[in-house]
Design a protein around this ligand. Structure first.
Ligand code: 3H9
Length: 678
């Protein structure tokens, strides 16, 4: 390249190559469109337009990505610099063609900047998308009006309302990208492209295009995705804007977009979703460990147990290209477990979620064995057998003798004491908990349990590995049930007490579903199995759950649990369960009374918040936002409520405290002092 006269102003660099002006942003880590970037772009574009020797402008970014969006950390603060929509309009109004040269991820405002440009070229690995909906927002810099004009209503709905990015090739197929260029020659190819189009008149502007309304596509979209989007405000606002793009002139559509965007931006849901965006990233940081700590190399992982949990855990690593040795006690169980894994992969490939050769590739990395001794060359060994302390101690004693020095030894326990397990080894510093959630190959959450003696580099290594296998990891301390299951306990206890006092399973579940949970406590019991944890002694009936289990009402799998189920597993309230509850009430002399929904909220949700505050007080979680991440990613707490601690704060701590006091619960100090929200 023969570039001349390089000028740098803040994050924006401007250089000439003959009659083409190249504008490059260098704003790590992701070239977010903060005020300095926007102002620099404005000045550079204006300079290019004003310079009569320039015939076209190329816009690109240094570093790992094209603009990944507006700067989310600026939201909710007073606006500084040129607004992004104005900048996009300014680019589009340029009388000289502007070409976006895209690598990495052109997301949100980044995609909107590209849409304001007159042409878009991209490398094959680039991705383009409008993920604002995942932040409870919509593309607010003209994206809802320009994207449908370029790709049609159907494709725009998919991109804007679901928020998933598309590949450069898919973008080219739908008309969003004009040319896919060489992976390693973006700058040169973009310049060459700019020379080709420099003289084109009229300049193609997306705003001048017309898109036909497509009510059928809107209806099909709603039918297909309505359930998944239940409770969220942003998807409906996105649909309104896309419909406006097809039905109204460009400027009117922009006005609709602005109004909808501001309503979302000022609402609670977006605040909750933006909170989670940063919470998820903060969770990866360990307060008292130097981020530069050298990590241990993990070349091979061992998994003990090829049941549902062990198999799911192993799949995470195989999918990430890490070889796994999996151990079972019996050949039959080993074959069954590896068979399930293969079938899971094949089902995903059949649905097009994985390339056709992915199942073979993943399974080729798996070494099944019946011998623990084969774990000797593993760098990380995860035990995933059933929850019994003596069994776990026995395994860790054996592992201590087998594992190579420096290997990390992890237990997948969901509540047992990691320190007690570590104590049977001569290397407690190498031991920690890795609590996966079922199905382990699907659920995003990983609770990483830090034992009293867990070494800093062991913890850091596992947190980094979690990112590699695409989990959201949260550090928890050693306590019964860690963060997630510990908070489940008060909810369960209170839900059962409420039944005795007069509530029905349907009422309690309804309140939880209306709140936004995927299901209520009794629906969850029926799905997981009412018999889980049952002592299997039909003569010992201590509570309603025992009574159900003793009658074979084990939940959905038996067609009966807290509800009756038809052959399609549709639930109906059960007369028999009502009788069992009545019998228990009579036995305990309980007189049923009317229970309000508000009481259910206070006793089953505020008590969880209270437990979260205790967890923080005891130092079992690093920060309130970690508790939120656990409940959102592990238990289906509604994303738009930001997690239990965020929700409590937005409800008002005073209200939560008053609710807890009204029903006689001792209130955690942190809820009164505000410490519970830090
Ligand atoms: C928008 O554009 C609205 C407009 O339509 C309308 C405006 C009027 N802002 O994720 P990573 C930080 S809404 C600020 O770990 P990766 C992130 O916090 C925006 N900061 O990297 C982290 O900081 P730290 C629409 C951001 O490689 C660091 O960068 N765009 C932003 O795994 C690294 O991030 C989106 O929603 C941002 N926009 O993934 C895209 N993005 O190191 C959001 C990132 O201190 N971003 N940071 O923890 C992403 O999806 C991913 O970050 C990305 C990279 C895929 C780009």
């Amino acid at each position: 390249m023969t570039s001349q006269s390089i000028e740098q102003s803040g994050p924006i660099r401007v250089e000439r190559d003959g009659d083409i002006l190249q504008i490059t942003s260098d704003s790590p880590p992701v070239n977010a469109l903060g005020a300095a970037v926007r102002d620099g772009l404005e000045a550079a574009v204006k300079a290019g337009v004003a310079d009569s020797s320039i015939t076209a402008i190329v816009l690109r970014c240094d570093g790992r990505t094209f603009f990944a969006g507006a700067d989310i950390s600026e939201f909710g603060k007073p606006l500084q610099g040129i607004p992004l929509p104005t900048l996009v309009d300014l680019i589009e109004a340029s009388p000289k063609p502007v070409i976006a040269a895209i690598h990495g991820t052109a997301l949100g405002g980044g995609c909107e900047v590209a849409l304001g440009c007159h042409y878009r070229v991209a490398v094959p690995s680039a991705k383009l998308g409008t993920p604002e909906v995942k932040l409870g927002l919509l593309p607010g810099a003209g994206g809802t009006q320009r994207l449908p004009r370029l790709v049609g209503v159907k494709a725009a709905l998919e991109m804007i309302v679901l928020g998933n990015p598309v590949s450069a090739k898919a973008a080219a197929d739908m008309g969003l990208v004009d040319k896919v260029v060489g992976e390693d020659t973006l700058a040169a190819d973009a310049l060459a492209f700019a020379r080709e189009v420099a003289g084109t008149r009229p300049i193609p502007r997306v705003r001048d295009r017309v898109v036909a309304p497509d009510p059928a596509a809107v209806e099909t979209f709603r039918k297909t995705h309505g359930r998944k989007l239940r409770g969220f405000d942003a998807p409906e606002a996105c649909i309104t804007c896309v419909v406006a793009a097809a039905e109204r002139p460009f400027e009117d559509g922009l006005a609709v977009e602005r109004e909808q965007f501001m309503a979302l931006m000022n609402g609670n849901q977006s605040a909750a979703q933006r909170h989670l965006f940063f919470a998820e990233r903060k969770a990866a940081k360990i307060d008292d460990i130097d981020p530069a700590t050298a990590l241990r190399a993990i070349g091979r992982v061992g998994v003990i147990g090829a049941g549902t949990m062990g198999g799911g855990i192993a799949m995470n690593f195989l999918s990430a290209g890490v070889p796994v040795t999996i151990v079972e006690m019996q050949q039959e169980a080993l074959d069954r477990g590896t068979g399930v894994m293969r079938r899971n992969y094949e089902a995903s490939a059949a649905k097009g979620r994985l390339p056709a050769d992915a199942p073979d590739k993943a399974m080729a990395l798996l070494s099944p064995t019946l011998s623990l001794d084969d774990l000797a060359d593993c760098d990380l060994i995860i035990e995933a057998v059933y929850e019994d302390m003596s069994v776990k101690k026995d395994i860790f004693t054996k592992l201590d003798a087998i594992a190579k020095p420096g290997a990390i030894l992890a237990s997948n326990t969901s509540y047992l004491n990691i320190d007690e397990i570590a104590a049977v080894t001569k290397r407690p510093g190498d031991v920690l908990g890795m609590h996966f959630f079922s199905p382990a190959n699907v659920m995003k959450l990983l609770e990483v349990v830090r034992g009293r003696q867990t070494a800093p580099d062991v913890l850091s290594t596992v947190m980094a590995l979690a990112k590699k296998i695409r989990k959201v990891a949260v550090v928890a301390g050693v306590c019964d049930g860690f963060i997630g299951n510990r908070m489940l306990m008060p909810r369960q206890v209170e839900a059962n007490k409420l039944l005795m006092e007069g509530a029905t399973p349907e009422q309690i579940d309804r309140v939880h579903v209306a709140f936004g949970m995927p299901m209520g406590p009794f629906q969850m019991a029926d799905l997981a199995g009412v018999d889980i944890g049952w002592h299997r002694d039909p003569s010992r009936i201590e509570n309603i759950r025992d009574a159900l289990a003793a009658e074979g009402r084990w939940g959905q799998k038996k067609g009966a649990g807290f509800y009756d189920y038809d052959e399609k597993r549709n639930p109906t309230p059960s007369q028999r369960v009502a009788e069992i509850i009545d019998e228990f009430r009579a036995k305990e002399g309980a007189t049923p009374r009317d229970i309000s929904d508000e009481e259910i909220v206070a006793r089953t949700l505020y008590t969880m918040v209270n437990e979260g505050a205790l967890i923080l007080e005891e130092g079992m979680a690093q920060r309130a936002s970690d508790v939120d991440v656990v409940w959102v990613y592990g238990y289906g707490w509604p994303v738009y409520r930001g997690g239990p601690m965020f929700w409590a704060q937005s409800e008002g701590a005073d209200k939560v405290v008053a609710g807890l006091e009204r029903y006689g619960f001792p209130v955690a100090k942190g809820l009164k002092t505000g410490e519970a929200f830090k």
